[in-house]
Design a binder for this molecule. Sequence first.
Ligand code: SF4
Length: 61
Amino acid sequence: MQIKIDEELCTGCGVCESMCPEVFKVGDDDKAKVITPNECKDCDCNEVADSCPAEAITIEE
Ligand code: SF4
């Protein structure tokens, strides 16, 4: 699984980090980063992607 964030679209709202802090972290530049690629143990990353208000997260299986 590959999780990608389009930094052009990301607004730094923090929704992804609040849903899955093991995978997503908003950096000092107010853009979300994937901190543990290819790992998602406690949440459904597709759900996080669907919850991103900017539609900046894409998941490739
Ligand atoms: S939920 Fe989307 S817009 Fe908000 S910080 Fe995460 S990637 Fe960026």
